[in-house]
Design a protein. Structure first.
Length: 76
């Protein structure tokens, strides 16, 4: 969320968190100008931490604008 607020200038940021089985599912969607770089140091660092915990992080373009970040992390 801090990346969206700092870099994308969104009017809204939606956060959804759910638990299914032994995993935490997190989705953050903003309506900013987009262009998030999944290979940039901030998002790559988040992905590395998610992977080290046994999960994953995915960065996608929002529809029709913005950015969508999805993460799945083991929990429980």
């Amino acid at each position: 969320m801090s990346n969206a607020l700092k870099h994308a200038g969104p009017a809204t940021v939606d956060v959804h968190v759910a638990q299914a089985d032994a995993f935490l599912h997190l989705t953050i969607v903003d309506d900013g100008h987009g262009g998030a770089d999944p290979g940039g140091t901030g998002l790559r660092g988040l992905a590395d931490r998610a992977e080290a915990a046994g999960g994953w992080l995915l960065v996608l373009p929002g529809q029709p604008v913005g950015t969508r970040v999805e993460a799945v992390l083991p929990c429980g």
